[in-house]
Design a protein around this ligand. Sequence first.
Ligand code: NDP
Length: 301
Amino acid sequence: MNIAFLGLGAIGRPMAVHLSRPPFSLAVWNRTASRAADFAGETGARHATTPADAAHGSAIVVTCLPTSQDVEQLLDGADGLLAGMQEGALLLDCTSGDPATSRRLAARLAERGIGFLDAPVSGGVNGAIAGKLTVMIGGEAALLERARPLLDAFAARIVHCGQVGAGDAVKAVNNALLAVSMWATGEGLAALTSAGVDPGVALEVINASSGRSNASENLFPQRVLNGAFPRTFRLALLDKDVGIAAGVAREQRVPAPLLQLASELVRIAHHELGEDADHVEAVRLIEKWADVKVRGPASDA
Ligand code: NDP
């Protein structure tokens, strides 16, 4: 099956690796061409010079870009996706996108007989490397079946969430919950550290109790207490996701003051810490406000 992958970023690249092997014949395109060239050199994939070139002859085109708007901007022009995609093809958008733009994309593609699925993923870079991502799908069930062999190559769980935009909405709410639990855990541990409690000891209790979360079980022990703060998922992208979740609640007229506040806090952290900061580095802002560092005794960071 000829397929194309556009967007070899932190998560896109390890996803694409799984698609560079038989039965797939893969073409890759990336805005910074050297990254696509390196990928092609390492995997044997074809390095496409434009989105149209990548899409040409591909039954399924996968995109994994920061935002839905970035995907939308790739459609038009002589080098754009629409110049290369044929009737009957499918655009599988693994971007954590926004529902309204996904619906607009689906409508534009439908005019040309091209299918669209929003297919954001969760599981992080490690899940992508292991081929064990969760994919949340919005769109027609028949299109999902067409994409399933490809999705199986990098996913352990594929969930059909509803019509176009439903995958985006679920992904955004999931990441808003990540932001809320991470922020609340950060505030709680900053307060405890200030009060003289070792945050590692506090986490031992919390992780055996009802306050535990992915943040307390994984993010704080593996990234904060040791001062490592590895860069795997940019804070800028979490800011976008929580903003989408807050927007979904507003559009539905669902009172969601906690999601709106989380969106504001993550936006402030993003602006304070910059474009390259990892999402967990938001804890650095909590630490600054509290004038304390949430570190274990072994850390000198
Ligand atoms: P990165 O910032 O690491 O990479 C972004 C990719 O998109 C790069 O290939 C970049 O190209 C390309 N790109 C950026 N802007 C444009 C543009 N305007 N036009 C064309 N290409 C562009 O992002 P991630 O890989 O981390 O994330 C991609 C998507 O996956 C996001 O929606 C994110 O929210 C989601 N996601 C990420 C996870 C993670 O753990 N990282 C986990 C789950 C979902 P270039 O090389 O030129 O910069």
